[in-house]
Design a protein around this ligand. Sequence first.
Ligand SMILES: [Mg+2]
Length: 445
Amino acid sequence: MSDAEEQSYALLNGERNFLFPTRNFYIPEIDINLQKVSSLKDLFHLKALTRVIRAPIVKNIVAARVINLRSLESLRNARRSLEFVCYKDQDSGMFTIDPQHSIRVDLSYEIRELKKDTYYLEHGEDYFIDYIGQFYNDFERHVLNGIEFLDSLHFNCFITDRDGTTNNYCGHYRSSIQPIYNAVFLSRFASLCTQNPIFITSAPLKDFGIVDVSVNPENVFIYAASKGREFLDYNGEEHRAFIDPSKQERLSLLVRKIGQLEHIPEFEKFFYIGSGFQIKFGQLTLARQDVFNSIAEDESQEVLNTVGAIVRELDPEGDIFRMNDTGRDIEVVLTVDGQNDRRDFDKGDGLKYIDSCLNLHLDKGPHLVCGDTSSDVPMLEAVLTFSDDVYAIFVTRDPDLAQRVRRLCPHTLIVPTPDILLSILGLSALTIKKKPARKAPGLFL
Ligand SMILES: [Mg+2]
């Protein structure tokens, strides 16, 4: 450890607390030591520990304080523990599910994001932008285009999806803890450039939901989950849309019946891979494949057929549930009454519900909508029914989706990866011309 490092370490631990009062400095209560990671349970535990380490670092960066070197070492140890599984123990690079079953895992997301975080903390933001720029073609061109596209505007609503949009895809949702650089860039943009920043995800809110994988400082974002059917406002108050009690009862029964599949050996793995089993408000998800195609197609089809049979048994008329199969996830969603028939609840319905509770003044733009799949398009359509002053940035390499978004919204920018979107947002915030007062207790102000 260099003299300078030792000094900042001492300062941060309160030994000279007349310079840095520790009561205002966020220090995590744990350290991460090197550890053996041999099961998904071990992985989720280790990644949850990185959240405990990362969240105070984000708070300290936001408050322009120095980084605790012990925290930096903890994140290095988390990364080393995972690298050991991947690179040094290839033959046994399998995670055990139980004594009889194991599964091969790809930890590249976890290792890559921990590497980026430690680089960001060690070298600072300017060097970090150069660092991530090397990973993507035309990075600089995309980022400069994006900054020009946003034109230093201040947005009323910033409505964004998370996974695949602002967060790189991770093989296991529970392990997708938000990186530090990601939280700093997003929170800075949200605080300086937007009045109402809102995440709308299809993941659950709590119990391994969006709140448990995020490290943004409190009071910056509204977290809406289950496609917006439930959300946490700036003050930490939870809101839930009305669901007919008889429908809710049928959904609870469905949750119980599908949950029982975990005790059947051939179905147990679906509770651990990819999205796993997510109980949401008004819907549920069970994974049937992950991004690495770890599951044999016939086994994946078998679980799809089994869930389909349970849904038909509980809803023979097809009135209560809509079942969507994305190829990776089976989603079962409670229907809502559409104009002519019943349809599933989408993120546009979610946005309208949030607006009904918080009065977002959707008729007053400009708004910015960000997404990465067709399930994010309803958010854009919903905003456009209130105002034409709407900007969209979609993270996609799918030309059909890009064309669909462009047709809907003339102010559209398409970018290829979440890191490019994050860099555009994080750097745009540095060019903001004016800072109107914000409803939420702002940071960076
Ligand atoms: Mg997404």
